[in-house]
Write a protein that binds this ligand. Structure first.
Ligand SMILES: O=C(O)C(=O)C[C@]1(C(=O)O)C=C[C@@H](O)C=C1
Length: 421
């Protein structure tokens, strides 16, 4: 997998574009507001970088000429699509040539909303958008899903969705659920708001490390920063390590590592991958700090077009539905699957009160409807399977709104907690 990026700095944050009506509050901030103990130090630094970046906004020609495919070879490209190449991402650590300052690097800068007007030229490689910076688990997931892809970092989940919608990328690979931290709600909401299709899933074993600048000891730390999911996946271990220090949320794990290196923070550690340590010149203070060794994140692969469902291999189908009369419909929907012996693998509900949805009836006239909740269900059957078709025909009768988000091959890759260590 390669990475693509403009070689000049670009605006990283959607907060810079607050006047753009389409955009909502970035996920990271939303989570932080719920976690009052977590304050985002990054915002302070963003103020500085705004004025810095303002002078460097790239134009179309700039963007196109500066787009470079960097042969970063972030994950091994050996093996076919289904081989588990995550091993090399979370692999055993080599002795690092530790440099106290961040090396001048050619790492890709995240795609931001400002990059959308110019459509960059591209070759035949599949361009895959992910949220985060190089070294993020999402980048590893993109490499696992599409081993020969060009990975495009995006600063927000929303940007990754839009990158596919605007043909900047061909696919997006985004996390939806972690075995310890639970659902990534933001992506459920965005699945509904955007018209992309789920074309696959990939399960990524997540092996966290505690990273700090070379020479820093655990006793020097006042703060641990990372993605909120990563912080929650390591909560008990941090306490066991005696790190009862402030925990602060960051947009992504690798971004937290990069931040420490860029700002030479000797009192701060990041939770991130060993690859992030290598990329940003940090040392690994503790290895495998996730609270459970079988820590897995499930990612979905998104495309503009759906794939044709098949029955010659295990498929999963994801749907979202709602009904105007509250939750009572849920029982009926579940029985439509139970009656046909179809197993459910996931059920999620999201409040949806303040956003009307346009429901098109038989006469093709749209009516704006308000629903209290959206329900998301994944079930183990292909849309080519008559059982699934009959179940959905029944679900459609019970509900006011139903959308198939995708019918796609299940990730059957076997893995064991120790294999990626
Ligand atoms: O921050 C990263 O490295 C990510 O790829 C994001 C993310 C997430 O959103 O859950 C992905 C996998 C891990 O569960 C932790 C963080």
């Amino acid at each position: 997998m390669n990475s693509i990026a403009p070689s000049k700095p670009i605006l990283k944050s959607l907060s810079y574009l607050d006047t753009t009506p389409k955009l909502s509050i970035p996920t990271g901030r939303k989570i932080q507001s719920k976690r009052s103990q977590i304050c985002n130090i990054k915002s302070i630094y963003k103020q500085e970088s705004r004025s810095f970046a303002a002078g460097l906004v790239t134009n179309r020609a700039d963007w196109q000429t500066s787009c470079a495919i960097l042969a970063s070879n972030v994950v091994s490209q050996q093996g076919a699509e289904n081989t588990d190449i995550v091993t090399s991402v979370n692999g055993a650590h080599q002795t690092l040539d530790l440099v106290p300052i961040l090396k001048e690097n050619n790492l890709p800068k995240p795609l931001s909303i400002t990059d959308f007007s110019p459509a960059p030229m591209h070759g035949s490689e599949l361009r895959v958008a992910y949220q985060g910076v190089p070294g993020a688990y999402s980048e590893a997931a993109a490499g696992k899903a599409y081993p020969n892809c060009v990975a495009i970092p995006c600063d927000q989940f929303e940007v990754a969705f839009q990158a596919v919608g605007h043909w900047i990328a061909d696919r997006a690979v985004l996390p939806v659920e972690n075995s310890l931290g639970g659902s990534i709600h933001r992506n459920y909401d965005l699945l509904l708001r955007h018209n992309l299709h789920i074309v696959g899933e990939v399960q990524l074993p997540v092996h966290h490390c505690l990273l700090a600048l070379p020479g820093v000891r655990k006793e020097d730390l006042n703060r641990v920063i990372s993605h909120p999911q990563a912080l929650s996946q390591c909560e008990s271990t941090l306490t066991k390590l005696g790190l009862n220090v402030a925990r602060e949320a960051f947009d992504d794990t690798a971004g937290a590592a990069e931040f420490i290196a860029t700002h030479n923070l000797r009192d701060t550690a990041a939770i991130a991958s060993s690859r992030a340590a290598e990329l940003y010149g940090l040392q690994v203070l503790a290895d495998g700090i996730q609270d459970d060794s079988s820590n897995v994140t499930r990612f979905v692969m998104l495309a503009r077009e759906p794939i044709i469902p098949r029955t010659d291999r295990p498929f999963k189908t994801s749907i979202v539905f709602a009904h105007d009369e509250g939750m009572s419909v849920l029982f009926k929907v579940l029985s439509a699957f139970e009656f046909r012996n179809i197993s459910l693998t996931k059920i999620e509900s999201r409040p949806y009160k303040n956003r009307p949805i346009r429901v098109v009836g038989d006469a093709s006239t749209g009516t704006a409807k308000h629903f209290e909740y959206m329900f998301y269900i994944d079930f183990e059957a292909s849309m080519a399977d008559p059982r699934a078709q009959n179940a959905l025909a029944e679900v459609q009768e019970f509900t006011s709104f139903l959308r198939v988000l995708g019918s796609y091959p299940m990730d059957m890759t076997p893995w064991s907690p120790n294999r990626d260590l």
